[in-house]
Design a protein around this ligand. Structure first.
Ligand SMILES: C[S@@+](CC[C@H](N)C(=O)[O-])C[C@H]1O[C@@H](n2cnc3c(N)ncnc32)[C@H](O)[C@@H]1O
Length: 336
């Protein structure tokens, strides 16, 4: 009752209803909301604070920016001590949004301004992409066609079994969000994590364009993922491990956020001797020995599949697949 009343009070104000409507379409920063609403920053911030406290919105820090998002949309997986309370308020927020009149002129104008902001974001992301595309293309040219890697990924995740077959999906080191775009359509909810906000802006624009509303990106560190234990059913780590000082710790963290029965897929290069990748592309590792990664995965409790390799070009791409044992098996293993 208390939560519902707090939610009702927080929504029962014209500006806050407009904010709810806007956040149903995008994650927004305070300054973007100030531009759309045409109100002062302190005023907008006050509204946002109240809405976050009531559980209608979630606030995420990304670099210097705080982003606001409708609570509960695509976020059943975030680490949250008050998950039940927030789920109830999130359902209430969705119900309010459904009741908003589609022909309201103020809301219509707000959404037009939102479209302009999205177009600007898209342009900024594309500029960054264009500046870096040559470097990325150079690496792509060294290995098998991306389409083949994509097909293998879909297969090893069992994503060809149909809609939602990946359950709750996490892509670690999501970069431009390519893997999210590929696999999110087969997931219940999907999240991409990356440490770079420039990369995240590209990924955010890409998932927006693809209308993947159940999908989001978050700034975070692969050694300390901002999620509860067992929050996901599927995790991918695609071309990220060779940047890790401590790859075994990345796999340990992936194991932590996977639910029993969940699946981890790591895609990376097999050990190679292309020194330029370290010198010019800041790779910490010149690929990996197949057995090293398998052993790191076994050490953190995975049942490890045979490694699949994709050859074509100087670099061989490996797919390491591990399963977290179902709970009963885990208990048996722990009991020795
Ligand atoms: C080569 S890109 C791969 C991107 C994406 N997985 C793909 O295959 O298209 C590696 C990504 O790892 C991210 N990264 C590096 N260190 C990280 C860390 N400690 N935590 C999270 N992401 C990290 C980088 O920002 C970059 O976006």
């Amino acid at each position: 009752m208390d939560e519902l009343l707090q939610g009702l009070r927080a929504a029962a104000e014209p500006t806050r209803l407009r904010v709810l409507a806007l956040c149903a379409h995008a994650e927004l920063t305070v300054s973007e909301l100030v531009r759309i609403l045409g109100q002062s920053q302190p005023r907008v911030s006050r509204h946002l604070k109240l809405m976050v406290e009531a559980g209608l919105l979630e606030r995420f820090q990304e670099g210097n920016w705080a982003r606001y998002r409708l609570a509960g949309i695509g976020t059943p997986t975030l680490s949250d001590k008050n998950a039940d309370r927030h789920a109830a308020v999130a359902r209430f927020a969705e119900a309010v949004i459904d009741l908003l009149p589609a022909d309201d002129r103020t809301l219509g104008r707000d959404l037009d301004r939102l479209q302009k902001i999205k177009a600007e974001r898209d342009r900024a992301a594309q500029d960054y992409f264009a500046r870096n595309a040559k470097r990325w293309d150079r690496i792509r040219a060294l290995h098998v066609d991306e389409k083949e890697v994509n097909q293998a990924l879909v297969r090893v995740f069992g994503a060809d079994r149909g809609a939602r077959s990946l359950g709750r999906f996490l892509d670690v080191g999501t970069g431009t969000g390519r893997i999210l775009e590929l696999l999110a359509p087969r997931a219940e909810a999907a999240v991409g994590v990356d440490s770079s906000s420039a990369m995240l802006s590209i990924a955010r624009a890409a998932i927006d364009r693809a209308h993947l509303n159940h999908c989001q990106v978050r700034q975070g560190d692969m050694y300390q993922l901002p999620f509860a234990d067992g929050a996901f059913d599927s995790v991918s780590v695609h071309m990220v491990l060779h940047y890790a000082d401590e790859p075994a710790r990345v796999l340990e963290e992936a194991a932590r956020v996977l639910a029993p029965g969940g699946r981890l897929v790591v895609i990376d290069f097999e050990a190679h001797n292309l020194a330029e990748l370290r010198a010019e592309h800041q790779h910490r590792w010149a690929g990996f020995e197949q057995e090293d990664v398998r052993e790191w995965m076994r050490d953190v409790g995975f049942q490890v599949h045979p490694v699949e390799t994709l050859e074509g070009g100087p670099l061989t791409v490996c797919l390491w697949v591990g399963e977290r044992p179902a709970e009963a098996n885990e208990n048996a293993l722990a009991a020795g």
